[in-house]
Structures are given as structure tokens and as C-alpha cells.
Design a protein around this ligand. Structure first.
Ligand SMILES: [Zn+2]
Ligand SMILES: [Zn+2]
Length: 237
């Protein structure tokens, strides 16, 4: 907890004297004290399967109702406030945040099952060209260095762009993701315990669609690491 807090406030880019969240001058750390208060570490109760913040430490109802295809997921931040702003920036030209996020994830992985290799959530060529990079791939590369495990860059590709997922329900997301991913390197995946990287875990529909592909290609298990995850909120009634 203390280590994570320290990581969170460390000056990673001393040359940029502005807060990474709000952009105001901040000489002591890369996140100003006001924005720091809006960032929630995912350090208290979590679902032991999906890793999302819960009220009590137990498997959330969603995982109980339908176990995800990944074995276990981890995310150092709760997707809200300053963390959501940082992730939006990470996906819109602030690629440098990759090291910062990888440090946070790596710290969490110390209490996580061992994996053999890393795979990222792919983007279509068209989307990647538009953005200039794939943020999940940047995370995978940084984690590969920290974990000293290979990143399988050609594991799978995204062959069809998904329309905006945000406003869709879980069912609609699943449908939207059908036929989107294609395994390209079966040999590298066979029998492996894979760590899959992505920026945010929301419904888990994307992770599940990829897990399905990796498992059917012969992967032993898939684990998921994301920068942040949405808090689990049981549906009322
Ligand atoms: Zn700030
Ligand atoms: Zn869960």
C-alpha cells in the first residue's frame, strides 16, 4: 500500500512541471495534491476473480453468475476521477504514461500467479495507425521488461473494428466482438499461462472474447492485468 502510494506520487518526468491529470503547475510530483485525492487505489476489498473493487471481499455476483474466461484479474486503480482522466490521456497521445502504469501493475503482480508470457489486446491496423500506438501493447512491452517474460507481439490480431462499446450492454458488447480477433501464432501460446494486458476492465467482454481465442488455441490459462477497473456495483432488485 505504502509502496503503491509512493509510486503514485513519484516524480517520473521531472522535466514536465505540470500535473498529469489537470495540467496545472506541480513541482513536487507528477500529480498535484488535489488530483491525487481523486485517484482511488484498488487496495481494499476486491473480487478475488475479476479484481474489481467490491464492498466485501468475496466473489462478485457477476463472476458468480458467469465466471469469466480469465482465471484471475488484477488492476491497481479504480476507474474513476483522476485515474479515468489519466487513462483517457494515455489513449490520446500521452504514451509516456506507460511506465508509470506498468510500475503500478508490476507492484500488484507480486501477489499474483506466475505467468509464462504476455499478450496484449490488439487494435485493428487502421485504429493503431490513427492513434500512432496501441496502449495495451505499450503496457505489455513495459511489463515484459519488468517481469523478464517474453511479450508475444504476434499472438493475435484484431481484424474487425468494433463500434463504440461504451453505451452497450454486456450482451450487446459480446455480439459486437464476435469475429473481431484472430490468433496468429498458435505455437507461442500452446500450454502457456498468459498474462493479457489492457487499459481498463469494464464488463470484461473484450477480455473474454480474447480469452476464448487464446484458450481455443491451446493456452493453459489466461490472467488479466489492467491499469484500472470499474467498481463492481450490484444491480438493485
Ligand atoms: Zn492536478
Ligand atoms: Zn468479480
Amino acid at each position: 500500500m505504502i509502496k503503491l502510494k509512493k509510486l503514485l506520487s513519484e516524480v517520473i518526468f521531472p522535466s514536465s512541471f505540470t500535473c498529469d491529470v489537470c495540467g496545472i503547475e506541480s513541482f513536487e510530483s507528477n500529480i498535484c495534491p488535489t488530483c491525487m485525492k481523486t485517484i482511488t487505489l484498488n487496495n481494499l476489498n476486491v473480487c478475488p476473480v475479476c479484481g474489481r473493487k467490491t464492498v466485501v471481499e468475496e466473489i462478485c455476483l457477476e463472476c458468480k453468475a458467469k465466471a469469466p474466461l480469465f482465471k484471475k484479474a488484477v488492476s491497481p486503480l479504480v476507474y474513476e476521477g483522476g485515474a479515468a482522466v489519466l487513462i483517457a490521456k494515455f489513449k490520446n497521445d500521452c504514451a509516456y504514461l506507460k511506465d508509470y502504469f506498468a510500475d503500478l501493475i508490476f507492484e500488484k503482480l507480486k501477489n499474483f500467479p506466475e505467468t509464462d508470457c504476455i499478450v496484449c489486446v490488439p487494435m485493428t491496423q487502421k485504429s493503431e495507425r490513427k492513434r500512432g500506438y496501441n496502449q495495451s501493447e505499450l503496457l505489455a512491452i513495459c511489463l515484459s521488461e519488468r517481469m523478464n517474460k517474453p511479450f508475444i507481439s504476434d499472438a493475435l490480431t484484431k481484424i474487425k473494428d468494433t463500434s463504440e462499446q461504451k453505451s452497450l450492454s454486456r450482451k450487446e458488447r459480446e455480439k459486437n466482438l464476435q469475429g473481431c480477433f484472430k490468433v496468429e501464432n498458435r505455437d507461442a501460446l500452446k500450454g502457456k499461462n498468459i498474462l493479457l494486458t489492457d487499459d481498463v476492465l469494464t464488463t470484461g467482454a473484450t477480455a473474454d472474447a480474447i480469452c476464448k481465442k487464446l484458450l481455443s488455441a491451446g493456452a493453459a490459462n489466461v490472467y488479466l492485468a489492467t491499469v484500472a477497473s470499474v467498481q463492481y456495483k450490484p444491480e438493485k432488485g
